[in-house]
Design a protein around this ligand. Structure first.
Ligand code: GDP
Length: 215
């Protein structure tokens, strides 16, 4: 399967988001959850910087990706949350950027005055899906569950993926898969950027997500 991927832009706020109306799938998760590694594994090359300094990437990074005959889309690397050393200011910065990002979603309900000419106002709505990445080794972390609750309140289709499944024993896989299913009310695919396990399933999820209606 041919995959093309190119870095498009880094955005620090609403004004910097790309104007192309491609479907988008954004990845969110705690710093160090394996977000950059997973993006690189999906596109089979090193487009995303894997973080030597966790939390330092405070920008939304957009990658234009095309896989086989599927339509092109943006994979978006949103900043990691739960970076203790960043303090309140960085938490606010994170929230501001992510809220600006979400406000572009086509399901977000623009006001009538805005929908007549959204482009003029820089509010062109786009099909957005969000994937929350959680570490397969640690079901139910407070910060992950808070992020999930917040996602559940947003009118944007979303799902959960467990990363680094290669680090689990056989027994842990079964146990954690069950725990995740209970926590997130449905099956949570467990994947590995290191071994490639689960990536085909993840691609299918990515292709479906932006066109789903939010629950
Ligand atoms: P990010 O901060 O979420 O972008 O996380 P990174 O992609 O930088 O990964 C954080 C650390 O986890 C790095 O040391 C990676 O090598 C490691 N890592 C990421 N994905 C995997 C995986 O699938 N398996 C294993 N064993 N380690 C991983």
């Amino acid at each position: 399967m041919q995959i093309s991927a190119e870095f498009v832009t880094s955005a620090s706020g609403a004004g910097d988001f790309p104007r192309d109306r491609l479907p988008e799938v954004a990845f969110v998760g705690r710093s160090n959850v394996g977000k950059s590694s997973l993006l690189n594994a999906l596109v089979r090359r090193s487009v995303a910087r894997t973080s030597a300094a966790p939390g330092k990437t405070r920008l939304a990074n957009f990658y234009r990706v095309q896989r086989g005959a599927s339509p092109a889309l943006f994979l978006v690397d949103l900043p990691g949350y739960g970076y203790a050393r960043g303090g309140d200011a960085s938490a606010r910065e994170f929230k501001g950027l992510v809220e600006a990002y979400f406000s572009r979603a086509s399901g977000h309900g623009l006001r009538a005055s805005e929908t007549t000419d959204p482009k003029a106002r820089g509010l062109e709505p786009v099909a957005i899906g969000v994937l929350l990445l959680v570490d397969s080794r640690h079901p139910g972390l407070d910060s992950d569950m808070e992020a999930w609750e917040w996602l559940e309140s947003q009118p944007v289709p979303h799902g959960v993926i467990g990363t680094k499944v290669d680090k689990l024993s056989r027994a842990e896989r079964t146990r954690h898969a069950r725990e995740f299913e209970t926590l997130f009310d449905g099956p949570v695919p467990l994947v590995s950027a290191s071994t490639g396990e689960g990536l085909d399933e993840l691609w299918k999820m990515i292709a479906r997500l932006p066109s789903q209606t939010a629950a």
